[in-house]
Structures are given as C-alpha cells and as structure tokens.
Write a protein that binds this ligand. Sequence first.
Ligand code: AMP
Length: 181
Amino acid sequence: MDADLQTTLNAAIRTIPDYPKPGILFRDVTTLMGNPRAFRRAVDELVQPFAGARITKVAGIEARGFILGGAIAHQLSAGFVPIRKKGKLPHEAVSIAYSLEYGLDEMEIHKDAVEKGERVVLVDDLIATGGTAMAATALLRQLGAEVVAACFIIDLPDLGGAAKLNDIGVPVRRLLAFPGH
Ligand code: AMP
C-alpha cells in the first residue's frame, strides 16, 4: 500500500482515549466510513488480493463488520453473511461461546448461510486479541466453509490476534497497524 493511502486512512480514523474504559484507545472507524474517499479506498485496498479468487461469500462480524463486509461483498460479486450476537438471527443458527476481556459472549450464524466448500472472506473493522475472529472462523469451519482470509482495517499486533489467525491457517489482510491496545 502506498504511503499516501496510509496517511489518508490514518487521518480518517478517530482515536478516543479511555473508551469504553480507562487505558483503552478506542479506534473509531465511523469517521473513516463517513469520509467518501477514505471509505472507498479502504474497501478497494482490502479486496485487491481477492479479485478473481472465486470468493462466494463475505462474512461480516456485527456490527462494523456488516458495513465493511457489505461493501466488500458487492465489490467481489459475492454474497454477504452476518455473524451476529446471540439471539438476533431469526432462523436456525449455530452458536459459539468466546471469551472477552471480562467473561464470555456468544455469536451465531444461520445454519444454512454457507454451504460446504464455499470460499469465504471474514471481515471486521479491527483485530485485537483475535478472540472474536477466531470464534467466527470456528463457526464458518463448522459449516464446512473454507476461510480464505480475514480482512481488517486495523490490527493491534501487540495483542497477537493476527498471529493467532495465521497459526490456524487464516491469512490476515490489514491496512494499518497501531501499537499498544
Ligand atoms: P478481539 O476479539 O480482542 O480481537 O477484539 C476485536 C473486536 O473488538 C472487534 O469487533 C473490534 O471492533 C473491537 N475492538 C477491540 N479493541 C478495540 C479498540 N481498541 N478500538 C475499537 N474497537 C475495538
């Protein structure tokens, strides 16, 4: 990625200190999504390696992953599949528990959202510890999907999530890396 694009994307992300709790630097991508040039360029850059990669579905993680994932799916002429917090999907779903910093949460996907052997790209705005993306990968694999890659605007490499995904065979595409958490 060229330095000019990196500068554009960096400048479009708002950082909010001590949100949602002291010590966290919250990376707010709503400003990037609201910026016509930055949003288009981020989506174009994320999809670039997957044009022609026969991706049939893009799976987005609630909620910011829906916005990015929808745009990426359109660009790849793929379908879009939501991975949601427990209890929000209307049809039969499979669920997985995963750990957050404090306690457990659960996410779900419709049982018929992907078919065995489908080539899927997973999308979220940011990867930190990787707990969320690892759980989403497990759900997709449980349905028989091949998780071709996971895409994020931001990686917090010090928290090790991208390395964990790589270790289980999911290549990570990210546009920016921020130190710390
Ligand atoms: P993790 O499961 O630790 O990789 O956390 C990733 C999820 O939490 C993503 O859905 C992010 O949107 C959110 N998240 C974690 N840390 C931050 C942060 N510093 N700023 C904004 N979102 C974050």
